[in-house]
Design a protein around this ligand. Structure first.
Ligand SMILES: Nc1ncnc2c1ncn2[C@@H]1O[C@H](COP(=O)(O)OP(=O)(O)O)[C@@H](O)[C@H]1O
Ligand SMILES: [Mg+2]
Length: 305
């Protein structure tokens, strides 16, 4: 399998006054599944459309391998993509839909049947797409992406509409593609949906990159925390600084990453700092995701951004 990375470089897209994608830079490595994550409206679909040459960047560029999508001689054989599963002609059968794509990708009729089997849709090949469920449409979209056996696969919210069994199946399939050396980029607005599928994560919010790393490094941010309330909170904060504990204000108290409640309690006792709450807390990956993508406070008028 050809090794073809995706490079997104200072990519921006403005629609009127909406900055949908704002100076986005990241790389998607071959041989991995990368989760492209962010809440609804974050700019995921717009970014993928620019990667796929369906929408012109306001500035910056997206490169697949060595060149932009349209500069490939046969783009469809380099990148297989499924964007939101809505663009099917309802009167066509699943097979007819793929056959309509086949001339573009230069594949045979037999290959169309083969990819339908590959996505578990052989049984519905001759049924009209109008009668397909959301999950069946997702699978048909995936079949379209796979037609030309491309080294790069880009899927926009492929888990939408799939049942838990379907999500597990998709996970296995994507993992298999990555193991073959393909570059797999999958968007989702729910981290937990792709958490056990992806190797790398690229997280955006309001069009901007907020985090890019391996899933393992993201998980390290989800270490357990200790929550503290105290009538002398500034003194407690000073104590935490003294000990080198990372902390941030939260509701009426302070959340600390690192020390256990016992360590915090002992330090407070030794310094005579009164505590009113000392609570251990698990932090899920989803919590980290929500924190990373939460609305940042906007600078007040007159303040320099
Ligand atoms: N064709 C368009 N015209 C105007 N605004 C658009 C268009 N496409 C997307 N947007 C806006 O760009 C922002 C990002 O949208 P989108 O890329 O669809 O986000 P996501 O896929 O992460 O949910 C949203 O504010 C959306 O309303
Ligand atoms: Mg979208």
């Amino acid at each position: 399998m050809q090794s073809v990375p995706i490079h997104v470089e200072h990519l921006s897209k403005t629609f009127g006054s909406v900055r949908a994608v704002d100076d986005l830079t990241f790389t998607v490595r071959p041989g991995t599944v990368t989760g492209f994550l962010g809440p609804n409206g974050a700019g995921k679909t717009t970014t993928l459309r620019m990667v796929l040459g369906l929408c012109r960047p306001s500035s910056g560029r997206a490169v697949i391998g060595e060149r932009a999508y349209h500069d490939h001689q046969r783009p469809a054989s380099v990148v297989g993509a499924a964007l939101e599963a809505t663009g099917f002609h309802p009167g066509r059968t699943g097979l007819a839909h793929l056959l309509a794509y086949a001339p573009q990708t230069g594949v045979s009729n037999a290959r169309c049947r083969e990819v339908l089997d590959l996505v578990g849709m052989g049984f519905a090949a001759d049924r009209r797409v109008g009668g397909y469920s959301m999950g069946m449409r997702q699978r048909l979209g995936l079949a379209t992406a796979l037609l030309a056996d491309p080294p790069v696969i880009v899927l926009d919210e492929p888990a939408n509409g799939l049942d838990p069994e379907g999500i597990r199946w998709l996970r296995g399939l994507l993992r298999h593609f990555a193991e073959e050396g393909r570059t797999v980029l999958v968007s989702s607005h729910v981290l937990s949906e792709v958490q056990s599928t992806v190797d790398d994560v690229v997280i955006i919010a309001r069009g901007r990159l907020v985090h890019a790393s391996s899933l393992r490094d993201l998980a390290a941010l989800a270490a357990p925390e200790t929550y503290v309330e105290s009538p002398v909170l500034p003194r407690f904060a000073a104590l935490a600084d003294e000990r080198g504990w990372r902390h941030r204000p939260e509701s009426a108290g302070i959340a600390l990453a690192g020390p256990t409640p016992a360590e915090v309690g002992a330090a407070a006792y030794a310094s005579g700092v009164e505590l009113h709450q000392l609570t251990p807390r698990g932090v899920s990956l989803e919590d980290v995701f929500l924190r990373l993508t939460a609305d940042q406070p906007r600078p007040a008028a007159g303040e320099v951004a």
